[in-house]
Design a protein around this ligand. Sequence first.
Ligand code: NOJ
Length: 771
Amino acid sequence: MKKKLLPLVISCVLASSLTSGLSVAKPALSNTSNSSSVSKEIWQDDRQAMDTFINELMAKMTLKEKIGQLDLQAGKGQLTGSYRNKNYAKQIKAGHLGAIFNTTGAKQTRMLQEIAVEETRLGIPLLFGYDTIHGFKTIFPLSLGEAASWDLEAIEKSARVSARESAAAGLHWTFAPMVDISRDPRWGRISEGAGEDVYLGNQVALARVKGFQGDDLSKPDTVMATAKHFAVYGAAEGGRDYNSTDVSERSLRSLYLPPFKALVDAGVATIMTAFNDLNGVPATGNDYLLNDILRDEWGFEGFVVTDYTAVEEMVDHGFAKDSKHAAELALNAGADMDMVGQNYFKHLEASVKEGKVSIETIDKSVRRILAMKYRLGLFEDPYRYSNEANEKRETLSKENLAAARDVARKSMVLLKNDNQTLPLAADLTSIALIGPLADSKADMIGSWAGRGDRKKQPVTVLEGLQAKLGDKVKINYAKGASYNYKGNTNKGFGAAMVAAKKSDVIVAVMGESEKMTGEASSRTSLTLPGNQLALLRELKKLRKPIVLVLMNGRPLNLNWADEKADAILETWYAGTMGGHAIADVLVGDYNPSGKLPMSFPRNVGQIPVYHSMKNTGRPFSEDLTGGARNYSSRYENLENTPLYAFGHGLSYTQFDYSDIELSSDTMTETSTIEAKVKVTNSGNYDGEEVVQLYIQDLVGSVTRPVKELKGFEKLMIKKGETKEVSFTISADDLAFYRRDMSYGAEAGEFKLYIGTASDNTQSASFSLTGS
Ligand code: NOJ
């Protein structure tokens, strides 16, 4: 791991057209935002040539052909909603279809492309899209798991491999990354994002888009990325998928929009609208989000696709009176392409005639879509992605599988490890491997796993351990329990107890079914589902060491395990090579280095619980001097803190932090401060550590979080070695939406924290002065 400071990109991430700050609670510094520093060079076109080409093409297009470009149809094989149109071949032949998704494979895409290019009047090539989320055929760990690696190189590599495999299967476009920040583990789609934090979320999003789009979109091994779901999908009330959202302008700008803005600045090709309504207006018909913010304020030049049937769902929202009205609302709001529902295709001709939609509006959307086809090089060679030889070479290649194993190991988080239970002792003679997930191929690759095989390819934990340990260690396997919500019996407990009794250690592989995570998979409880916990309680009676290996797509309630298990390893769903990667970690061939991208609550009642909370006017205290009742902001029956904090993650080795050394304890709007810390590996293993930087603004014109992540660095420190990590802090890192909604820092006192987790840090203080 190279020892390099990660760029503190907060200024370019949050930059927007804002006025200079007003002095409210304390002197405001002038606006510290600057324009994007990340280039859009990935769209390496000669704009003039492109415009001329598109003008000439559009001059020949009929209205129906133009509207056809705005239509996206689902091919066979994979459905994510309730609609399906099998007749798209006819529509392609008529020159009335712009894009297809869920049809994959070099041969199949080539066949359809031939119809579009050779059998239609204008020969406009199709776009082929797909949900390559955490892998196409070679499946990498679940997206939330990858975020837990805090390893941006690894995350970019995963996206790069996924792009190459997808592109080799004829695809031009992935519907990823999902960049919805969420603080609600009940929400099933928490598994698809990067967790609770804006800073980490931005970095992960950028790494993913870099991996997907590469440095040149016209290269046939890159795919267009999609920043989704725009916007605020992750704030669904009660964590119930598709539910309404209601957030203030300040939360919108500070929490939910930054990853989208970062990706627009980085040149993301497309944006997908969200299903939810935001403050009463469905995102898919939200002129404020799509036209005002995305295009006018941020200058987004790619195109916007709706989510699956989200246009006509505005009728169910009670926002449009019928699908024609919905089509008009969506297009006029700035949604260029209609996914699946064919509302544009069916109604927009009439809407134009009636003057409900202008031809200029249609032309703008068509132009945006044609521009991306041009940038992909499809007008030069429409078949450049559909290459069977390349597909064969790329799919599930040795290198891709090795990359998947590597990223999987990096994603795992060691939550607890009493008495160095892990790594498993080298002189073990037997392991009881127990649990419904210990040998489940179908679950191993998790939800939204592309075209990943669920029957043969995934390596289970049983297979991984067998491959690693051979005959040296006897593995006594028993499924024992079930993760199903209903219909469980405890019949399997007997076999599990027998296996455990004859073994030195119990490794219980438990968690959620992969079907409990992802879209439409919200839960009201975070406990281990089914009778898994009941089995763990039985196993505990044997007084043998218990290692709990978790597979799940969200923070779980782990109170029992935290008290009674000896070690807990969070592995998310580790992907095609998961079993090998888990075995690597269990035996100590890889020293775990992941950190939680989300706080793990003690129970559902604590939600939302996250590290960047506000202090309140009655900060939490145990002080009872005010009388028998404690009037601080707290629960009567439970502490405020999560069970495992954001940023938490143990290692087999021990990292000791020195005090923080600041280059100065004051800074100005234009100067910077260096914050240095020395980290010593004082344990017995080489290991990687994620050094985390948090900052607190003590007094603001609006109340400020108790701690905000502002930087991190992941680095390898060999045993016995000390490394110095240094962060550079500038006024940009202290910027926020001030009382008047201008963006910038305010002079005053700050606290800085550096450490191994959000709840385990050293601190120092500094001030920012106005000049
Ligand atoms: C619905 C999901 O919300 C979205 O994320 C996905 O890309 C589309 N279906 C297409 O599969």
